[in-house]
Design a protein around this ligand. Structure first.
Ligand SMILES: NC(=O)C1=CN([C@@H]2O[C@H](COP(=O)(O)OP(=O)(O)OC[C@H]3O[C@@H](n4cnc5c(N)ncnc54)[C@H](OP(=O)(O)O)[C@@H]3O)[C@@H](O)[C@H]2O)[C@@H](O)CC1
Ligand SMILES: [K+]
Length: 460
């Protein structure tokens, strides 16, 4: 059995702003928050990337204000700091912070290269492409110093992670209070470098999270195989049989006590797997010990698939709906609690283009289908109809291999069969799948992914 922790909180710019407003309303002045942010950032810089000389690029808003505060703290620690800015910030608290800086200031166009470049041009307030003066300074300094980004790389959209211009890739990003979704999505990961989150005394409340490692508790001493979860795999076409076998085997390897394949075929992926024909298997849906059902891997949208989807709606067991069965949902909506696991192509076919805002697209899909939707990709996004969203970055490009999605479906089904709620099961399965991927290497295939699962579980 697994214990699934809620993930680490992740914020959008709007969520961060309301957390900041709440902290200010509760009595902490905005300037105090900025002082804390600057102190904590300077501390992290001295710890991670110590340097004797630094250039701090300061923008017109509070991110720039942080920059001035960091310049003050670093120069107090003996670092030779030059601030590059075209004008001091006009709004508070950044204006007060900037007025405290008595060291050298040069225009952005004259920003000197230095072993350490601190990017405090724009934070979560960037709402349009980088202006030309900022872009020129960035282009001039690119490759001329190690870069630390304050809160978020200037030029990344805080919610979407898309680049608004050509930002300076950082070696370290120091994020205040919580990671922003933009660190993890789209262009975020390859620009942000290592992420250090520093506490500034602003508690965040959010329905968005970064998926964390689940804990494995192990079966109870008196556990029966049915307690460990019974999964039914509705088999696809015989010549796509590999997909169903991978999903069935992955369910077993990730802890299901029992897996039954439904369908007329003969192949069994392991001696531990049972087979029932469709009619017998349909009767199993009345068995209260049956925990979850997978439908879709290797499946074509035919009469049999339609029949099964109808049956599954009536049965009400938790479902994992993947591949071929996803294509049928438009004509055959399923009323049972479900996790849908589309890749980008399937998602686009079902819901239209994903666009720039991946999170919003998946949230909308979850709300339309009233199901948990897991959009596969380099950064997996999972949304529940109640508004919760999770991002999984514990992933690997080695997972881009035939059958990998079938394995994921099997892992989710195993967790559902053990009684985990839909959203939690999808989140934990995504992490476990990613962890297996990280243990893959050249020449490995989806079958190996399953063979690695016991190692993944043993490492929890
Ligand atoms: N949350 C917290 O608790 C704390 C947050 N803190 C810090 O505050 C940061 C957020 O600050 P912020 O809101 O002032 O926004 P920021 O990112 O500095 O940019 C806004 C400015 O840039 C301008 N502007 C925008 N786009 C532009 C463009 N393309 N080209 C040119 N200009 C552009 C925009 O101008 P306007 O749109 O008004 O013309 C405005 O002047 C946050 O990331 C963190 O670092 C900490 O101090 C401590 C506590
Ligand atoms: K920044």
């Amino acid at each position: 059995m697994f214990q699934i922790q809620p993930g680490l909180p992740l914020v959008t710019a709007a969520a961060m702003r309301s957390a900041e407003a709440a902290a200010i309303a509760a009595g902490t002045p905005a300037l105090t928050l900025m002082e804390r942010a600057a102190q904590a950032a300077a501390h992290a810089i001295l710890a991670h990337l110590p340097s004797r000389r630094a250039t701090v690029l300061c923008g017109p808003g509070n991110n720039g204000g942080d920059g001035y505060g960091i310049a003050i703290a670093l120069s107090a620690a003996g670092v030779a700091v030059t601030v590059a800015a075209d004008a001091p910030p006009r709004r508070e608290p950044a204006a007060t912070m900037a007025a405290r800086w008595t060291g050298p200031v040069v225009p952005l166009d004259a920003a000197p290269p230095a072993p350490l470049i601190i990017d405090a041009l724009f934070g979560i307030g960037l709402d349009r492409p980088l202006d030309s003066a900022s872009q020129r300074a960035i282009d001039r300094l690119r490759g001329h110093g190690r870069v630390v980004a304050i809160d978020i790389v200037s030029g990344l959209h805080a919610d979407r992670g898309t680049a608004l211009g050509q930002p300076l890739a950082a070696e370290l990003t120091i994020a205040f209070a919580a990671p922003k979704a933009g660190h993890l999505l789209a262009d975020g990961p390859r620009h942000s470098g290592r992420l250090a989150v520093v506490d500034i005394g602003v508690p965040v409340e959010t329905a968005m999270m970064l998926i964390d490692r689940p804990r494995l508790i192990g079966p109870a001493p008196d556990a029966h195989k049915y307690d460990r979860g019974w999964v039914l795999m509705v088999e696809g076409k015989a010549d796509h049989g590999g997909a169903s076998s991978l999903a069935a085997l992955a369910a077993l390897r990730s802890g299901a006590g029992l897996v039954t394949i439904a369908g007329p075929g003969t192949h069994l992926p392991a001696m531990a797997v049972m087979r029932r024909d469709d009619e017998e298997a349909a009767n199993l849906l009345n068995d209260r010990r049956l925990g979850s059902v997978i439908i879709g891997p290797g499946m074509l949208p035919d009469t049999r698939a339609r029949g099964w989807l109808k049956r599954l709606t009536w049965a009400g067991k938790p479902l994992v709906i993947d591949a071929g069965a996803l294509r049928l949902l438009a004509e055959e909506p399923v009323g049972a609690p479900s996790v849908l696991t589309p890749h980008e192509g399937e998602f686009t076919q079902m819901f239209g283009p994903i666009g720039d805002d991946r999170i919003a697209a998946v949230q909308k899909a979850a709300s339309i289908t009233d199901a948990v939707v897991l959009l596969k990709g380099p950064t997996t996004v999972i949304a529940a109809p109640d508004g919760r969203v999770a991002i999984n970055t514990h992933n690997s490009p080695w997972l881009a291999t035939a059958g990998s999605g079938d394995v994921l479906a099997g892992i989710i089904a195993a967790l559902l069969a053990q009684g985990q709620p839909l959203f939690e099961a999808a989140c934990a399965a995504s992490w476990l799948h990613g962890d297996a991927g990280r243990r893959m290497g050249p020449g490995r295939i989806a079958d190996d992914l399953i063979a690695i699962l016991p190692e993944v579980l043993a490492g929890l």
